[in-house]
Design a protein around this ligand. Sequence first.
Ligand code: GDD
Ligand code: MG
Length: 365
Amino acid sequence: MKAVILVGGQGTRLRPLTDTIPKSMLPLVNIPFLEHVLKLLKRYSIEEVILSAGVSLDVFKNYFGDGKEYGLKIIYAKEDEPLGTAGAIKNVEKYLDDSTFVVLNGDILTDLNIARLVEYHKSKKALVTITLASVEDPTPYGLVPIDDTGKVITFLEKPSQDEAITDLINAGTYVLEPEILSFIPEGINYSFEKGVFPGMVKRDEGIFGFSPNVYWLDIGTPQKYLKAHHDVLEGEIELNFEGEQIKPRVWVGEDCEISSEANIFGPVVIGNSCQIEASATIFGHTTIGNNCIVGPGAAVSESVLFDGCKVNGASIVKRSILGRGVELDARVHIEDMVIAEEKVKINNDNFNHRLAEEKLDDRSR
Ligand code: GDD
Ligand code: MG
């Protein structure tokens, strides 16, 4: 079976990280997110994956190549202009054949059993089956109430609080019959969520919802991105990552120098070639990328450091994300969802409020 993964969005809510790395290539426990998705697909007998990307394919191509290493065939499809979630599928029609296929949003962390989803789809003789998740606040998602038979009653993208009549939302994984392609206009921006699905409901075409009881998270905001790390490190979803367990729930990569006087409290993942110096403290739910240095007296907790970060003496990083090559001088204190942009250098004695204010100014310009 073939699968199309949508990875052409702008990742606006994860800026500035996504200014240089597409959302689906952001690291999750030091492995590009999409690699985890590909492994899930492989587990459920998907043979061919079409990556529907935006303007730039290189970062994907350079990493995944033809897909052989993952036991998959990967085809790359470019869009000169964003075509929307459904337009993106029309754009890859030539790579699809006359059989049932799967479409996935490229920012969903899940352990969904795709075989069971496809089985359900076939049993309903559906044209489209939408996987559903149950969430506390449905307003940032597509609302999908279903009837007793699983049929979708309505599809409402980003409902208001008043419109939220169910907690079931579109989980961003679909099984589609090839007929669907004729519902999508060619060459224009068109979405499943505002175009194809509401139209099918209106015309009473076979559109069903499948509600599995599995782990589900959209990683598309800083809070959710950190939550994804938390949940993986807590084992709430089983995901492979690298490193040798040097003490309970502390995984360390190759060629690291970890001082015997450093304090590390799991769950923590540390990449390759890192240096953790004496009296540095790393608290749980932290992932440190490759080639990072955590200096003497520095403390890092509940955070994600991308590759090549340097946290110098007595600096504190809490519940924050440091992009590639970020350097904190001495006694820098950042906490509560600061996202430090790639290669930014933060001077001595800086406190995150100043940083956050500067960032807000930048955003409002
Ligand atoms: N190729 C391509 N072209 N991909 C796109 C485009 C496009 O024009 N626009 C978005 N995508 C990709 C994104 O990269 C992402 O992987 C996926 O489509 C969904 O886009 P998001 O921007 O993450 O949408 P969302 O999270 O606000 O809402 C979607 O996902 C929710 C579940 O997480 C919708 O499908 C909601 O209905 C759903 O509940
Ligand atoms: Mg999303």
